[in-house]
Ligand binder design. Structure first.
Ligand SMILES: [Zn+2]
Length: 465
């Protein structure tokens, strides 16, 4: 893209103060590493959507080739299957096993399970650390997360990572799977975190950059932004990092238009999705801070698509989420500054707020434990300050020849060449810049001592000084 001139990127960000609200939730694939893809296919998962009268019915059926005592799920973020999944057979129930912290399907009379079916509740349900099972569109369409359905006989192990799914839909609707529109019935194999699949009547918008399903009920300004800003952001990251390989990414933007205040965004390999579960978007779309917040949200999600090793993950585990979340937020800041001149003060205020909320948070928990302690936001705020410092130092040490983008391109290469994802590999890539102060501050920021951690972030905030 000729119009992109990378030297225009402004990374020096000064501070003003403003309060801003984070989106309720945002999730990315990067927390998961690829498992072995070697599981025996002993369970078939069939999903069926039907429409009777005006209501939609979703049924999931598990067929086990070898009967089992229980059925366990791969993903257990909460207990909501026990209240939102309804067994078709009275003898079958879903219970929450407190000791294992997971939901289990079992027979009340103790019969072995061979075929079990459940009616699903196809409304939006916020899951704290997982993808929403359903993201309804305002015109009756719906997108579901296949990973929610992954289940194993008796217990799931690391080796269970191959899922055979079949989806059947009514004749007047279609399926959007992997960027392709299909009718009536489709079967596919999933692994890792699964994917989002659309069922409904809306035809996707297919452009050079993306296959998009944008809710027709969204306010015009948000629809226009999704159609124009996301391709611009993709062009920006494609130029700054590496162009995406393989199939066109898919974008899902759904609007349930219901009485709630939830918004969720996320990414899976080659997929970005955003869901608004609220009813005030027409009003909000006129508010400039909401508009900036939405653009930031888009930029953050688009940045994830371009992070390295999209299927293998960037960070080794949840504790290292500052790496992919902080980076996505900092890249969002750079993209915002580059693409929207009048967003500069918004970006500045957001940076200040990140520093403040990071230091406040580190007084309560460490970065490594933030995940377990419900302070996931620290990965965004502290992580953004950390990446901003790395960018400044790299630019200073190389007299502007290199930047954080260079480091991330190298990370991409390293991970593709078999280096493990995670902070150890990332920090190795910083060594050639001969910036011991930077490395020390990063180590402090991620340490278990609150005082050291805060001091580390303060140093990083001031770097290169
Ligand atoms: Zn993210």
């Amino acid at each position: 893209m000729n119009w992109l001139n990378i030297t225009k990127i402004k990374t020096a960000i000064s501070m003003t103060l403003a309060l801003l609200a984070y989106f309720n939730a945002e999730i990315a694939w990067a927390n998961s590493q690829a498992h072995n893809d070697s599981s025996p296919a002993n369970i078939l998962i069939k999903v069926e959507k039907s429409t009777a009268d005006t209501s939609e019915k979703w049924v999931v059926t598990y067929t086990l080739t070898t009967p089992a005592k229980t059925l366990a799920f791969v993903r257990n973020p909460d207990t909501s299957r026990t209240t939102r999944w309804f067994a078709q057979d009275n003898d079958i129930e879903i219970i929450f096993d407190d000791t294992k912290h997971q939901e289990l399907v079992r027979s009340k009379s103790g019969k072995p399970l061979s075929t079990v079916s459940f009616f699903l509740t196809p409304t939006y349900k916020h899951l704290g650390k997982d993808y929403a099972p359903f993201s309804p569109f305002s015109d009756g369409g719906n997108a579901f997360h296949s990973g929610r359905l992954f289940a194993c006989a008796n217990t799931c192990t690391e080796e269970d990572n191959k899922w055979h799914l079949t989806l059947n839909v009514p004749s007047d609707e279609h399926i959007l799977l992997n960027g392709k529109v299909m009718k009536s019935s489709v079967s596919w194999t999933d692994n890792n975190d699964g994917r989002v699949v659309y069922v409904g009547k809306q035809q996707p918008i297919i452009t050079d950059d993306v296959v998009a399903l944008i809710d027709p009920g969204l306010p015009e300004s948000i629809k226009a932004s999704l159609e124009e800003d996301i391709p611009n952001m993709m062009a920006f990251f494609s130029h700054s990092l590496n162009p995406l390989k393989g199939e066109k990414p898919m974008l899902f933007a759904s609007y349930a238009n219901v009485d709630d205040h939830s918004t969720q965004g996320g990414t899976l390999p080659n997929q970005i999705f955003m869901h608004w579960n609220r009813q005030d978007l027409n009003e909000q779309a006129k508010n400039s801070s909401f508009v900036n917040q939405t653009l930031w949200f888009f930029a953050h999600e688009v940045a994830h698509l371009y992070q390295p090793g999209s299927t293998e993950g960037v960070s080794e585990n949840e504790d290292q989420s500052w790496l992919h979340e902080g980076n996505a937020d900092y890249f969002a800041a750079i993209a915002m500054n580059f693409l929207y001149e009048d967003a500069n003060s918004y970006v500045e205020s957001r940076m200040t707020r990140a520093f403040e909320s990071c230091t406040e948070g580190l007084a309560q928990t460490t970065l490594a434990r933030a995940y377990k302690n419900g302070h996931f936001n620290l990965y965004y705020s502290c992580g953004m300050i950390m990446h901003r410092a790395i960018d400044s130092v790299v630019q200073q040490k190389t007299l502007g020849e290199e930047s954080l983008f260079t480091v991330w391109k190298r990370l991409q290469k390293a991970v593709n060449n078999g280096m493990p994802p995670g902070t150890a590999t990332f920090l190795t890539l910083l060594e050639p810049y001969n910036a011991p102060e930077l490395i020390k501050a990063i180590n402090n920021a991620t340490s278990d001592h609150a005082f050291k951690a805060i001091q580390g972030i303060e140093t990083l905030y001031q770097l290169p000084g």
